[in-house]
Design a protein around this ligand. Structure first.
Ligand code: PGA
Length: 252
């Protein structure tokens, strides 16, 4: 049974006030949901402690980035073991904004994945193609290469600390979403690649991200290989975010 997950990536947004406004509503609405969705809130690191104080059953907390090293003289960095120690279970790794704006390489991303899985933190590994790559017909090839570069060599029990998020770069924050069929096709290809890398791919959650909103979530989440979403902008409003969580199909 794959975990159904909706993760809210606040990016560099939010405040203590937002935590106070958002979290009680999310916790109480989640308690009323019976579709088995697990929520992961991913605020800026400074607000992790505040969010952790207001979690409830079915709700976990993550960070947006981790270091590729375990400890030492790396000013400004946060290690996976610190993330675990602080009570977080998840870390985004290789988000396209990290790849594009901060020049993160596949090699660095692979090191971060290693740090996460060895510390018992679930890495949400983000992969996705640019518009040029999609138009050139190389999207599946690009995504498969990102998966191979970041996940090769994981051992059996480390795979349980991996979630993949497919986020086409052209869909992030743009209001454009992949069609449910295109997203499903890519998710099926991702699952094939994960199998080739040695994962029990049927147990691994693969999330879709990129302009997911209340009005397109149900069509995406109805696809057999889409196990939930990684939500940016729409995770900053409790009503919109919880509508997306409600769009996860029931267990039956
Ligand atoms: P968006 O962001 O939902 O605002 O497009 C998704 C993400 O970057 O994770």
């Amino acid at each position: 049974m794959r975990r159904k997950i909706v993760a809210g990536n606040w990016k560099m947004n939010g405040s203590q006030l937002l935590v106070q406004q958002l979290m009680p509503e999310i916790v109480s609405e989640l308690a009323a949901l019976d579709n088995g969705v697990g929520i992961v809130i991913i605020p800026p690191a400074l607000y992790v402690a505040d969010v952790l104080k207001s979690t409830g059953p079915g709700l976990e907390v993550g960070v947006q980035n981790i270091a590729g090293w375990d400890s030492g003289a790396y000013t400004g960095e946060i290690s996976a073991s610190m993330v675990k120690d602080s009570g977080c279970g998840y870390a985004l790794v290789g988000h396209s904004e990290r790849r594009q704006l901060f020049g993160e390489t596949d090699q660095q991303i692979a090191e971060k994945v290693q740090q996460a899985v060895c510390s018992g933190v679930t890495a949400i590994l983000c992969v996705g193609e640019t518009l040029e790559q999609r138009e050139a017909g190389t999207a599946e090839h690009v995504v498969a290469a990102q998966l191979r570069a970041s996940l090769a060599g994981l051992c059996e029990d480390q795979w349980s600390y991996v979630v993949v998020a497919y986020e086409p770069v052209w869909a992030i924050g743009t209001g454009k979403t992949a069609t449910a069929d295109d997203a499903q096709a890519m998710h099926a290809a991702i699952r094939q690649e994960l199998k080739a890398l040695g994962a029990s791919a049927d147990k691994l959650s693969v999330l879709y991200g990129g302009s997911v909103k209340a009005d397109n979530a149900a069509a995406l989440f109805a696809q057999p290989d889409i196990d939930g979403g990684l939500i940016g902008g729409a995770s900053l409003r409790a009503d919109e975010f919880m509508s997306i969580c409600r769009a996860i199909p029931g267990k039956g």
